[in-house]
Design a protein around this ligand. Sequence first.
Ligand code: PEP
Length: 260
Amino acid sequence: MSDRTLIVGNWKMHLNVSQASLLLHRLQERIRISSDIEVVLAPSMLVLQPLSVRLDRRKFRLAAQNAYATDEGAFTGEVSFTMLRDLVHYVIIGHSERRIYFHEDLKTVRAKVAAAVRNEITPILCVGETKEERKNGETRKVLHDQVTTALADLTAKEVQDMVIAYEPVWAISTFQGILAKPDEAQQAMDYIRDQVKQLYGPKAAKNVRILYGGSVDDQIVGGYLAIPGCDGVLVGGASINYHKFSGIIDTAYRLHRKAD
Ligand code: PEP
């Protein structure tokens, strides 16, 4: 398993300020400080600021779930990466819910990745094929197009510092929620790393962190964390459940202790 496991909880459009503060409080009491594990919470935009003042920075980092690619201007309703730069460490970009419900295309995702890097926020780029695309044998083409376009404006150094989450759309609980077998996930994750290697060289490919996401919970997380080259997990539904999310973190601790 990876030297340092990254666990990201995407709270989506759940939990208001008081619900989020309560969950943070419970997680904060339970979770130990560990150099082996990095836990990132991605609450709604409204919750980021109040959570940041309650957050034990030795245990957690914050991520935004989205941001707008232009740094400033007349864009009613949007929040830019520039506005988030002192608040969050990461931003989730290209999540399938944003690609599908909000019609974010490859160009938009590319602009957002560039904006994140420009503002010194680490992108967590989500890529993954739909069920239809997999059935048609297009998985590699989809991953190739999503990865190469999103990274097009970056240097090898910038790519090596970022995070890519392989999230097959058919495995996300919001859509079909079919569990991907660890070997299916591994094939796609290997392919993504290989794409990075071809475009940005072996150092970027070695260092870029690649996560798996898709209906991961405390019962099955061990199977994904054991995949060679898997640097962690992006968790949606289970991350707003105290028992499931802390169970995921406990499993990661256990696996690290075993590996030591
Ligand atoms: C996600 O939102 O990135 C995700 C993987 O969701 P879920 O774990 O609920 O499938």
